[in-house]
Design a protein around this ligand. Structure first.
Ligand code: PMP
Length: 361
């Protein structure tokens, strides 16, 4: 068997900055009788009709998929009141993020985003050969949008706004976002990453779907991975101006979106199936709010949480707390020296989490 444990070397001239990139981190598998709360996954398996649609598509995988995912784009276009040309489907929204960055930022160009935010951003900026400009979050763990707008230089090509922010959970408000859009030059691409949009219950939060068509430089990104429980098939989408989407289409590896994935997404959007899925989202949002309140009552300083996860600002205690959680059966995502992100999962996982964290506060 081949193992990856021994570091290997090569004479092949790779791009050094790429060879040095850390691998994309996934949580450890959950211990027996434990819970994997490290990837913001949906704890439910697919509803039966969605699994059936995926299985039916699996029976035809000797054929290539429709490279443009037209059926899904049409369905989404209807939903958002746009044309199908204003929708781009990708192999997860992380693929789309990479496509947009590649479309706009070349070596020497800058991509501005808040930090800490989604772990994939630094890597995909490096792959494009561009330079990351990380703007520290505010003390409340939300984006400092004024500082992000002020970070724009001649070389800035893309600004990424993540709302609610992964991993801190804090959303951007509509007011702050509109002020931000007014101060960012209209020839710079703004990506609004709303991977967790369906979990938002705070009405002051920005809602990308209400901004579509209002800005010539705004693209809104959403995914079927979280609320719709389809992380394993890889399908997400972007809505925005046609020329920007065309450029992002050109940077994609052709045929990356599988027929299995689009079949799952289309089935998830069927009214009866979607009603069931969004009912689960309601449950998770309520569970999240209850979990946050219980943690605050225990003495934890939990920031606003509008995704399907909460952020524990554990600072220097991060590794110690994460190890104690793991020993108690909970796999969480630790960011050493900073904090721990815990997904909202099964009700029993919340009970275990509250018991463990009550002892650790
Ligand atoms: N954006 C954010 C903020 C995320 O947290 C994630 C998933 N962790 C993604 C994008 C990517 O999701 P996917 O590629 O599964 O659509």
């Amino acid at each position: 068997a081949v193992t990856a444990s021994e570091p290997t070397t090569t004479q092949v001239r790779l791009r050094p900055e790429i060879a040095a990139l850390p691998p994309y981190r996934q949580g450890r598998p959950a211990p027996a009788d434990g819970f994997k709360l490290s990837s913001n996954e949906n704890p439910w398996p697919p509803v039966a009709a969605v699994a059936e649609a995926i299985t039916a598509a699996a029976n035809e995988v000797n054929r290539y998929p429709d490279a443009t995912a037209l059926a899904l784009r049409e369905r989404l276009a209807e939903r958002y009141g746009v044309t199908s040309d204003e929708v781009l489907v990708g192999a997860g929204s992380v693929s789309l993020l990479a496509q947009f960055v590649l479309a706009a930022a070349a070596p020497g160009d800058e991509v501005v985003y808040s930090w800490r935010s989604f772990e994939a951003y630094p890597g995909l900026v490096t792959v494009a050969g561009a330079t990351s400009v990380q703007v520290p979050n505010r003390p409340d763990h939300g984006h400092d949008l004024d500082a992000m707008a002020a970070a724009v230089t001649d070389r800035t090509r893309v600004l990424i706004v993540c709302s609610p922010n992964n991993p801190t959970g804090v959303p951007v408000t509509t007011d702050d976002f509109e002020r931000f859009m007014a101060s960012v030059p209209a020839d710079r691409l703004v990506l609004l990453d709303e991977a967790y949009a369906e979990f938002v219950r705070d009405e002051a939060s920005v809602d990308g779907s209400s901004l579509i068509g209002r800005y010539p430089n705004l693209v809104v990104l959403r995914t079927f991975s979280k609320a719709y429980g389809l992380a394993g098939v890889r399908v997400g989408y972007a809505i925005g101006p046609v020329p920007i989407l065309d450029a992002a289409r050109a940077t994609a590896i052709p045929l990356g979106v599988t027929a299995v994935a689009t079949a799952g997404a289309l089935a998830a959007l069927e009214p009866a199936n979607e009603a069931e899925l969004l009912g689960r989202v309601d449950e998770l949002a309520e569970r999240r709010d209850a979990l946050r309140e219980s943690l605050i009552a225990q003495g934890w300083a939990i920031p606003a949480a509008q995704g399907n996860f909460v952020w524990l600002p554990t600072g220097e205690r991060t590794v110690e707390v994460a190890e104690a959680l793991f020993a108690g059966g909970i796999v969480a995502r630790a960011f050493p020296g900073d904090g721990i992100r815990v997904s909202v999962g099964e009700p029993e996982s919340v009970d275990v989490l509250l018991r463990l964290l009550g002892e650790l506060v």
